[in-house]
Structure formats: structure tokens, C-alpha cells
Design a protein around this ligand. Sequence first.
Ligand SMILES: Nc1ncnc2c1ncn2[C@@H]1O[C@H](COP(=O)(O)OP(=O)(O)OP(=O)(O)O)[C@@H](O)[C@H]1O
Ligand SMILES: CC(=O)N[C@H]1[C@@H]2OC[C@@H](O2)[C@@H](O)[C@@H]1O[C@H](C)C(=O)O
Length: 404
Amino acid sequence: MNSQIQHLYDIARKTDRRIIGLMSGTSLDGLDVALCRISGSGPATAVTLERFSTVSFDEEFKAEIRTIFAKPTIDFEQLCLLNPYIGRLHGQLILNCLHNWGVAPDEVDIVASHGQTVYHAPKSQHRRDKFPNATLQIGDGDHIAAVTGILTFSDFRQKHVAHGGEGAPLAVYGDYFMFSQLGENRILLNMGGIANFTYLPADGDANRVFTTDTGPGNTLLDAYARKFLNKPYDEDGQLAAQGQVNADLLLALKKNPFFDAPFPKTTGPEVFNVPYVEEAQVRSQTLDLPATDLMATLVQFSADTITQAIERVLLNSSSEKKEVAFRIYMSGGGAHNPQLTQRLYKALPDCQFDRTDSLGIDGDAKEAVLFAVLANESLAGGSTSFGDRQGVPTVSMGKVSFPK
Ligand SMILES: Nc1ncnc2c1ncn2[C@@H]1O[C@H](COP(=O)(O)OP(=O)(O)OP(=O)(O)O)[C@@H](O)[C@H]1O
Ligand SMILES: CC(=O)N[C@H]1[C@@H]2OC[C@@H](O2)[C@@H](O)[C@@H]1O[C@H](C)C(=O)O
């Protein structure tokens, strides 16, 4: 037997594993690196987040990704070059983090890498009948394994697509395994570039849990912060705080079939981008809106679409379950924006708000931890059924890269 297969087998048989989860999301702010110790599997999964860092990307690297990011037409050579480049970079950033943490690479069992999404195209978006749902992440796992010498799992989303899902959101698996709690209706709300939430019903029924994207989180805010402030984001919503919401533009922004589509569903910056806002401004005759009002309207747009999606869950829960309070646990960068969170508190007065930090997982690390949990599940779990339904296939995800 190849000794690397034996090594994989030995890791799978351990009672607990040290797994580094990696996430680089739609905000392109940096690489989230989460060193986790994980035992158990399925709903018995127990995670200790031992170390966490977000390693910021420099402007030159962000500009390289932006040449192909979420664009239907790109320079194919750039895509080809970035695939190994990002893999090697992520590998090097892992080594840097391990060095800073005083952890040797051979003390880590597995790297679980999301990669960089460069294009996301569910059927509802591409509308080309003969093609399936599609999504593309780059930063190949072989390069991460070669640079770090650590067995690497990567490219988690293709298996989900192969079984009829849209390739996202995958949070449903990790959230159910880590955060489901009998007796409490939980909403795990992650506000990254795109916002999504997981519904965890109080009865713990795996057949009813789901995660859905709700629309933009920070992606539009960041695009306009770059334009108006020449900064990566509007810190604490300071610019938005100075403006008034424009009702006509808000209405125009909300006119998109995505918002009425059934759960679960996904979207991305391929749809919600600057041209989308400009087109809504033309329709609502608000092209001359001051920067402050535009920012305030964009925050309201994110807040309203998140609220309306969550309200749908509250309405659909039976009267019996409504007696159990809904608690919303926030995570992701948007949870640091008071302009966004205050609007949510106001719009959902019957819900109690908290952060995933109170459940033991730093909200900024949650998505990186998810990939560590998915790799753990592929190694040691795989027996939890999510039923036979759209968007939540019962599958083990991730491809294996041996270091040699
Ligand atoms: N203090 C703050 N004030 C306002 N916004 C903030 C603050 N801190 C973080 N953010 C927002 O959070 C973003 C980063 O969020 P996060 O890292 O969760 O996104 P991501 O993981 O790239 O996205 P996704 O979940 O869509 O993949 C920043 O780009 C910024 O918009
Ligand atoms: C295709 C893709 O990369 N989607 C991301 C993105 O970022 C947030 C939202 O859009 C979510 O659908 C997903 O990531 C999280 C980790 C998920 O799959 O649950």
C-alpha cells in the first residue's frame, strides 16, 4: 500500500485530529486560517478553535484576482496562472501562521482548503438549460500539499454540485454539526460579501435544516467604499451613517427574482455588483444621489433582504414552534458594522441577537472552521442523512492531495 494512503487511514482512525481550515471569501480581504482540534463526527462533532488569523492580502494580489473575479469574460492565461499561484501562496501563508503560532507542520494532520471562488453560476443565474449548476474555486490543493508537506483536502463544492446542489452554501453541514441545540430555534447569520443564514429548528431535525444566501452582505458596500473612500470598506459604517435612505433606489434594488425564489438558493457578486446598482439608479432616476445617501441605501438594501428572508422562516414555523424564541447568532465581517446590525435589531424585534463567539467560535473564523469540519466529516463521518431534498445532498466533500 502507498504509505500516504496508510497515513490518511491513520488520521481517519484518530480520536481527534488537528485540521487547518482555510477560507478566502467574496470580500477578497484576506485568507482566514483556523487551526482546529476536532473529535467525533456528524452531530457529535466537537471543535476547539486553537488558533485563528486573518492574513490580509496586499493590494497587488487583490488586483490580480479582480482581473478575473466574477467576470463572465476573462483572460484565460490569467486564470491558468492564478490557480497554482494561489495554491502556493495559501500554502506559504499557512507555514507563516504555523511559525508565528509555534506549531510545527507535522503537528497538523490535514489542511482543508476552500480556495478562491472566481465564478459562481447556479442554473437560476446562467439560465442555459443544458448546463448544470456550476461554481469554480481555484488555488489547487496539490500546491498547498507540496508547499506545506501536509495532506490537503480541497475543492469541496464540486461534489455538492455533482449531487444536484448549487455548490453552496455548505454552511448547513458545519452549522448543524456544531451549533444545533434542542429546544432553541437558531438562525446562524453570516454577513460576508454575500450574506447567508442557516436555520436550525428547535427539534434538531436534520431533514429541515438548510442554509440559504439572502443577497448582498458587504459586497456592494465595499465596492463603493473603494470608489468613494479609496478604502477596502466603510469602517463602522461611518459614511453610511451620514446619509439618508433613498426609497426609490431601494425599491429598484430589491426588484430581482432572486429575492422571491424558494430556499435554499445562492448568488454572488456576478449578480450584485456596481453595474447592478447603476442600472437600479437609472430605473429610479437617482444617478445624482450623494455618496452618503447611496451608502445608506445600500446598507438598508442588505439589511432588508436579510430581514425579509429571515421573516419567511419565522412565518413558516408552526405556531407550536413559534413559542420557542428565535435566537440569531451573527458572524462574518458585517457583524462588525453597526449600521447593518442596528437595522437588523430594529427590523426583527422578536428575535434575540447574539454572536457565534458566545457558542465558542469566533465569528470571523466560522467559515474557515466549516471547511475543517467538512474535511473531518469526509475522514471520519458521512453517516448523517439530510434527507432527499433540493440543495442539501448527503455527501462527503473534498478532494485529497498527498504531499508527495
Ligand atoms: N468594522 C467594520 N465596519 C464595517 N464593515 C466591516 C468591519 N469589519 C469588517 N467589515 C466588513 O466585513 C468584510 C469582510 O467580511 P468576511 O471576511 O466575513 O467576508 P468573506 O468571508 O470574504 O465573505 P463571504 O462570506 O461572502 O465569502 C469587509 O470587507 C467589510 O465589508
Ligand atoms: C460560491 C461561493 O463561494 N459562495 C460563498 C459566498 O460567501 C458567502 C456565500 O457566498 C456562501 O454561499 C458561500 O460560502 C459559504 C462559506 C458557504 O458555502 O456556506
